[in-house]
Design a binder for this molecule. Structure first.
Ligand code: AMP
Length: 583
């Protein structure tokens, strides 16, 4: 059984370098020699995970709970723990130093195993209801009391889901390739790869791994197949009922630019301002709805399940679609924020579906009756879709409004028509391209009307004063700097939230979402883990030295909470720069 300290050595090595190739080299050496039984756990743990991406289960432990566990494990006062946290700026480091100080007195010399850590962590999310907090504290404290030095640090970071050893998906993929296919030798001196065979084979191996990952969304499946060989890897297919990552669009600013990216003729479709739904039907006839973040929202949209059941009678399939809200009395399409409150709803679901009805607009089919279709040309997939969708009905279920054209004039009319009817704009799609899970592709682009809201991630907040003292009431928002892969602040917002109560968004709600994400607290201000995405409208973008992005917003106003969006999908610094230039 592998000792946890052996894994910690790998964490340390990965963290000690920023060189991607060095990371791949280190990780692949480690993976190559693992026992088959260990592969699954290890590949998850090196990514700081205990569940694969498609699994919605989150560890769900807040900093506050970790502090309580530290209290139990070390006998220290809460105040001292928080102080240590402030000193180090990292709860993992703080824990390591506290646990270590303690262990001078109570030497427990039992070695912690990878198995033990994994098992305890996996138990955490299964605990619910009365007494569960205490049980969680016990599980964490037990690990802490056996852990030494950096073991403590990495356990805490794993629990808080912020391992931060700089291991992206691409790095994991390449490491698996290097580990099992003997394709590369690392030249440390020059920090470059030497191909064992040729570049073509090298790419072929990595592409095959990537495709297996796209289908399974799970490196623990991929690594086991990789150990068996390329043929096994090639057999990894999507499994109906397990969501795959959705394909995303790049942005263009004009029809001309759009055509230059997707070629002529192209398919143009309405861009519905709704809610992405990847819908699966399995052999047993069960229908499941997943969001773009792979969350299962089947229970929240029972009427959509009914529509799909009734209008697509095929045995099994996966379709991609957008549910758009409309006003039941005027039949006008409504922007996303009107249906956003349905996403996480647990009660009164029937009532909500009547009050905030949606129309399902299907724009793709990825799998049908046992056959994967993602490598069929888009045009063909759409044809299949039109064939399997019986009796489309407006305000119920239909295929996305589409034209195929090479005329810029026709496209312009189509665009104007879309905007008139309350759409966000249009999508332009290349007719022959494949469906690429999880990619923001250039063969499907979006053209939106100009003063669209911006999506930001909340990275900080301030506690309110007076009546609002219990609530976070001003929110620091950030954009993504793609090059540095970090979030940069662009301003503070609080305005607008009062008006969103009807939508289910309140200061209380935001506070309860952000509270478990707090990673640092100084006076009235807190820093939070970048998780929560909100849409903001504004008057103007200005240059400003006050925020790390170098920009600020004039009159920003929150218009909705985007629980369906991942923080990696917020607007980028590049996009802000472009918008600024265009003003
Ligand atoms: P954005 O959220 O701005 O990145 O735009 C991409 C999103 O537009 C997709 O994730 C879909 O949820 C949505 N969308 C609306 N209509 C369509 C359509 N006809 N084809 C593809 N995506 C669409």
């Amino acid at each position: 059984m592998m000792k946890y300290s052996d894994l910690v050595k790998i964490y340390e090595q990965l963290e000690s370098t920023t060189k991607r190739l060095e990371k791949i080299n280190c990780l692949s050496d480690f993976l190559r020699n693992l026992d088959k039984k260990e592969l699954e756990k290890i590949i998850l743990l090196v990514q700081g995970k205990i569940f694969p991406d498609w699994n919605e289960t989150k560890i769900g432990v807040s900093s506050q709970l970790v502090i309580k566990a530290l209290k139990v494990a070390t006998g220290k006062r809460e105040k001292d723990i928080i102080n240590e946290w402030k000193n180090t700026g990292d709860l993992g480091e703080a824990a390591a130093s506290l646990v270590n100080k303690k262990s001078q007195f109570t030497l427990i010399s039992k070695d912690l195993t990878v198995d033990k850590v994994f098992t305890n962590l996996r138990k955490l999310p299964t605990l619910e209801g009365m007494g569960s907090v205490d049980s969680k504290i016990k599980l964490i404290a037990e690990l802490l009391s056996y852990s030494k030095l950096n073991e403590t640090k990495y356990i805490i970071r794993t629990i808080l889901e912020e391992l931060r050893v700089g291991l992206g998906e691409g790095t994991v993929r390449d490491s698996i390739g290097w580990a099992f296919f003997n394709i590369a030798e690392y030249n440390k001196k020059e920090n470059k790869v030497e191909m064992k065979k040729d570049r073509e084979y090298y790419n072929h191996v990595l592409d095959t791994i990537q495709e297996a990952y796209d289908m399974s969304n799970d490196f623990s499946v991929v690594i086991k197949k990789a150990k068996e060989g390329l043929d096994s890897l090639k057999k990894v297919d999507l499994s109906v009922g397990t969501p795959i990552k959705v394909m995303l669009a790049q942005k263009v600013d004009s029809i001309k630019e759009g055509f230059s990216r997707v070629e002529k003729p192209a398919a143009l479709e309405y861009k519905y301002d709704g809610f992405r739904m990847q819908i699966h039907k399995n052999k047993e006839g069960a229908i499941m709805i997943f969001t773009r973040r792979l969350e299962n929202v089947t229970n929240q949209f029972p009427e959509v399940v009914g529509y799909v059941k009734e209008h697509i009678k095929e045995k099994n399939f996966v379709i991609d679609s957008e549910a758009v809200g409309y006003d039941p009395s005027t039949k006008k399409y409504l922007p996303f924020q009107n249906i956003s409150k349905r996403i996480k709803r647990k009660y009164n679901i029937e009532k909500m579906s009547k009050k905030y009805p949606v129309e399902l607009n299907i724009f793709d089919v990825l799998y049908l009756n046992g056959k994967n279709l993602i490598k069929r040309p888009f045009k063909e997939r759409r044809k299949i879709l039109d064939k399997i969708l019986k009796n489309p009905e407006k305000y119920i279920i239909k295929a996305a409004e589409q034209i195929i054209t090479d005329s810029e004039k026709k496209s312009k009319e189509f665009y104007e028509n879309a905007v008139d009817r309350g759409m966000e704009g249009i999508m332009m799609k290349n007719l022959t391209s494949h469906y690429k899970p999880g990619k923001r592709v250039g063969h499907m682009v979006k053209l939106k009307s100009s003063k669209d809201p911006l999506d930001f991630v909340i990275t900080g907040a301030e506690w309110g004063t007076g009546k609002r003292g219990k609530w976070l009431s001003s929110f620091l928002v950030s954009v993504l700097d793609k090059e540095k892969n970090e979030y940069l602040e662009i301003g503070k917002v609080g305005t607008g939230i009062k008006e969103l109560e009807e939508q289910g968004l309140t200061f209380r709600k935001l506070t309860s979402l952000l509270n478990p994400l707090i990673i640092e607290e100084k006076g009235k201000t807190v820093k939070v883990k970048p998780e929560i995405v909100i849409s903001v409208v504004y008057e103007e973008i200005q240059k400003s030295p006050s925020y790390s992005s170098g920009f600020a917003l004039r009159f920003p106003r929150v218009i909705s909470l985007r629980e369906d969006k991942d923080p990696s999908e917020v607007h980028t610094l590049g996009e802000i720069n472009k918008l600024y230039e265009e003003q």
